[in-house]
Design a protein around this ligand. Structure first.
Ligand SMILES: C[S@@+](CC[C@H](N)C(=O)[O-])C[C@H]1O[C@@H](n2cnc3c(N)ncnc32)[C@H](O)[C@@H]1O
Length: 236
């Protein structure tokens, strides 16, 4: 088990280095499914006109852009620990004119007052944050009462056959292809390990409850390769 400082250092190094090929790798390694997963998440959020939304670990901004592109035109703030990852996001926003504000920051110490946002999202980011409980508690703090958290994340599928095929893909093919495109096989081995170590959907729902969120539920996507976990800040 790596200590927290080592993990954060590794996350910073990996995402600083992967920026130029990040979007391409996402599409190749998920066979184009990542676009569908983010779009599904944005639609599931049922945002209203005037809603303010926070996308934590926004990276190159694809979920933030899918949210801003909804017919209700919410105002989206995208935050990421690694400023370099926001570079491609800035370009996409400038090109599309989307209502997205970007800033660098840490998901475990959000630079916002309590009860600021109608919804908070995070896509493929929570498993890179060693103190998941602190990140979930911060999301709860900045949500308005009744507001929802949407966590899109990979989990090893539970069915025996899919699990066996997926684990082979994760531990062998993904680091090889990731290494070929990015020149850094080791980083992709690390990312594969974070997926294998991520809790099951039911364990993750317990973590959401421990962070003071209620009504936790999970929806499988693509045979349980990815899951959308949803919970809300209680009204009282
Ligand atoms: C796999 S990428 C996901 C990016 C984007 N959400 C997407 O769907 O493609 C993970 C992102 O989490 C960010 N990250 C890691 N730790 C973080 C933290 N403590 N606070 C905010 N962002 C963090 C990384 O910099 C990286 O951009």
């Amino acid at each position: 088990m790596r200590d927290e400082a080592t993990q954060i250092g590794q996350v910073r190094r990996i995402f600083n280095q992967v920026v130029p090929v990040y979007d391409l790798l996402n599409h190749v390694l998920s066979a184009g499914q990542d676009l569908h997963w983010r779009r599904f998440t944005a639609l599931a959020m049922r945002l209203q006109p005037g809603d303010k939304v926070l996308d934590v670990a926004t990276g190159t901004g694809d979920l933030a852009l899918a949210e801003a592109d909804l017919p209700t035109r919410p105002l989206v703030v995208g935050l990421d620990l690694v400023p370099a990852m926001l570079g491609p996001a800035k370009k996409k926003i400038a090109k599309s004119g989307a209502r997205v504000r970007l800033l660098a920051g840490d998901g475990t110490a959000l630079p916002f007052a309590g009860e600021t946002f109608a919804a908070v999202s995070i896509a493929f980011g929570i498993r890179n944050i060693p103190r998941r409980g602190a990140a979930l508690a911060e999301m709860r703090r900045v949500l308005r009462p009744g507001g929802r958290v949407y966590v899109l994340e990979f989990t090893t599928p539970q069915g025996p056959w899919v699990r066996r095929i997926y684990t082979r893909y994760l531990m062998h093919l993904l680091p090889k292809v990731g290494g070929l495109i990015s020149g850094d096989e080791e980083s992709y081995r690390y990312l594969a390990e974070t997926i294998r170590e991520f809790p099951t959907p039911s364990e993750f729902r317990d973590e959401m409850k421990q962070a003071g969120l209620v009504g936790a539920r999970s929806h499988p996507l693509t045979r349980g390769v990815a899951w959308l976990h949803v919970a809300e800040r209680p009204l009282g």
